[in-house]
Design a protein around this ligand. Structure first.
Ligand SMILES: O=C(O)CCC(=O)C(=O)O
Length: 291
């Protein structure tokens, strides 16, 4: 199933030039901080991913499996822990991370070439907790610049099975200070506060759709309250090529040709902001606190 890194093909086979990035997606991600590219991957590809990752999951423990904070014996994530950084030991995951369709969209959205840093597979079985609202840049600490995620739906997802939730137009906010999350509902332990009246929007998606979102956008997901529906997703994280530093957890950094790129480690403890009232409106007071 998995292969050693030395056996990996560094060059994906599908030609980049065939991908046309539609203007509507570029406009939406610039305006709202996210966009959903419908049907970017075929039904057949999604079936292959599902077969591959379910078999991999059933094969036993894998590097850096995580069932989440305070996971009790009956937590559904005990049986289906999140996989992470699979591209370091699994060819299909590496091919997904470097897929030319993803690369073409990221380049159009970022206005420069992306660098690839992370893969994750969320199984989110029935009854599983979600992931509290957060900004990805809190974890990646990209300097200068930002990160972007590509989130591929492997199942139809909606509010019942815990689809992604996005707070639109939060991509221009500074980094918020982290707070303690409700771990009854979230398998991760931190969250960010929302301003009054801010609403999350459910990302209702079909298998093969890809949600792209900016690393400053506030996003997360609520629990899967369905009785029998998985909500599986394959996720890639990317940073812009002008970055010189990223948090050490994300090394090695790869070009979209699969070649390792040397970046420095971005240290912990940057500035973050908190919501304050300014003339009756919530604004973020930046830089006064430390992450
Ligand atoms: O898939 C989810 O439920 C959350 C994923 C997420 O927040 C992320 O990839 O940053």
């Amino acid at each position: 199933m998995s292969v050693t890194p030395s056996a990996f093909s560094k060059n994906p086979t599908k030609p980049n030039s065939q991908t046309v990035v539609e203007e509507k997606y570029i406009s939406q991600i610039r305006a709202d901080g996210y966009t959903i590219v419908r049907g970017l991957f075929s039904t057949h590809e999604v079936e292959q991913f599902l077969e591959h990752f379910m078999a991999l999951r059933a094969s036993g423990a894998l590097p850096d499996d995580w069932s989440g904070i305070e996971a009790g014996e009956n937590d559904p994530l005990k049986k289906f822990p999140r996989m992470i950084h699979m591209h370091r030991w699994d060819q299909l995951s590496l091919d997904w991370l470097l897929d030319p369709r993803i690369a073409a969209h990221l380049e159009a959205f970022l206005k420069e070439k992306p660098l690839a840093v992370q893969t994750m597979l969320y199984f989110k079985p029935p009854g599983a907790r979600g992931q509290a609202l957060h900004q990805d840049q809190y974890f990646l600490r990209v300097q200068p610049g930002n990160c972007m995620a590509a989130w591929l739906a492997l199942d139809a997802c909606d509010e019942e099975n815990g689809c992604m939730q996005i707070v639109p137009r939060t991509h221009d906010l500074p980094l918020l200070c982290a707070e303690q999350a409700n771990t009854e509902e979230s398998f991760t332990g931190i969250t960010v506060a929302l301003p009054e009246n801010a609403e999350t929007i459910p990302m209702v998606m079909q298998p093969g759709d890809v949600l792209f979102f900016n690393g400053m956008v506030i996003h997360g997901s609520f629990p899967n309250i369905s009785s029998n529906r998985f909500r599986r997703s394959l996720i890639g994280h990317y940073i812009s090529a002008d970055a010189t530093k990223v948090a050490d957890y994300y090394h090695p950094v790869l070009s979209m040709d699969g070649i390792e790129v040397q970046l420095a480690d971005s240290p912990e403890g940057g500035p973050c902001g908190v919501w304050v009232d300014h003339a009756g409106r919530p604004v973020i007071e930046p830089g006064t606190h430390r992450v």
